[in-house]
Design a protein around this ligand. Structure first.
Ligand code: SAM
Length: 246
């Protein structure tokens, strides 16, 4: 039966496309893409000859109607974003909701996602984490958002763009205190991949010591607030206190 496939694409290294995603991209008649011009060469490279439907944040309702029309014709559609997993800090969530409401299958394919890739390298895999995505761009709103996160006992995962990375890291240190550990994952899966861990207090100095360190795409993983001692989970508290790396 026809379905909307959510098809993750590489976040830097073309080798990260999965075998199953390739099979789906080669089989579907239609691909809905965040930016058709960006995705066309990539899809051609993967041997996908599907026709394209534009689906970005400004036309998601109209795109959903188009996708549902194709599904009603019995034709499957794959959704791709510019990079990584669709609908994760990318367009797609409304399309998915509409397609599901219309009674069609939504099939999520596992694959590249910058947040999960960075978190797996943080050495916190036994802890809970909260995926936040992009903080607000405006300083006041960002501060307010961070205030709401400061006491949570969960590691926090943020996305950030290069032109805001220094400001954001400074705001994190101010809101959470300099002692919390940060893992900064830059250009994951790419030629200049860099993963650096330090206390928040040292992060701005590290970034500004070399302008190359402010280039590219970033995931920030911040350790959670130290657990409250009265939750009885003393082993976890001890581990947090003893943690040297993130
Ligand atoms: N849907 C994507 C995913 O699954 O990861 C995320 C899309 S979001 C618009 C783009 C942000 O993801 C970037 O600003 C950066 O924070 C993060 N990102 C994407 N690729 C990355 C990479 N190779 N290394 C580090 N961060 C990356």
């Amino acid at each position: 039966s026809p379905a909307l496939y959510l098809a993750p694409t590489p976040i830097g290294n073309l080798g990260d496309i999965t075998v199953r995603t390739l099979e789906v991209l080669r089989a579907v008649r239609w691909v809905a893409a965040e930016d058709t011009r960006h995705s066309a060469p990539l899809l051609a490279r993967f041997g996908c000859a599907a026709k394209m439907i534009a689906c970005h944040e400004h036309n998601e309702e109209a795109a959903a109607a188009q996708v549902i029309g194709r599904l009603a014709d019995g034709e499957s559609v794959a959704l791709v974003s510019d990079a990584g997993t669709p609908a994760i800090s990318d367009p797609g969530a409304r399309l998915v909701a509409r397609v599901r409401d219309a009674g069609y299958r939504v099939v999520p394919l596992p694959g590249p996602c910058a947040a999960v890739t960075a978190f797996s390298a943080a050495g916190l895999a036994d802890a809970h984490f909260l995926f936040y995505g992009f903080l607000p761009a405006k300083a006041g709103q960002r501060q307010e958002a961070l205030r709401g996160l400061a006491a949570l006992p969960y590691a926090l995962v943020f996305y950030e763009a290069p032109h805001r990375i220094v400001d954001t890291v400074a705001a994190l240190a101010e809101a959470f205190g300099g002692e919390r550990r940060l893992l900064l994952a830059r250009e994951l899966t790419k030629l200049f991949e860099q993963i650096h861990s330090c206390p928040l207090a040292e992060a701005v100095a590290w970034l500004t010591a070399d302008s190359d360190r402010q280039r590219g795409e970033f995931v920030l993983v911040v350790a959670g607030a130290a657990a409250v001692a009265d939750d009885g989970d003393s082993e976890r508290v001890l581990r947090l206190l003893l943690a040297e790396g993130l």
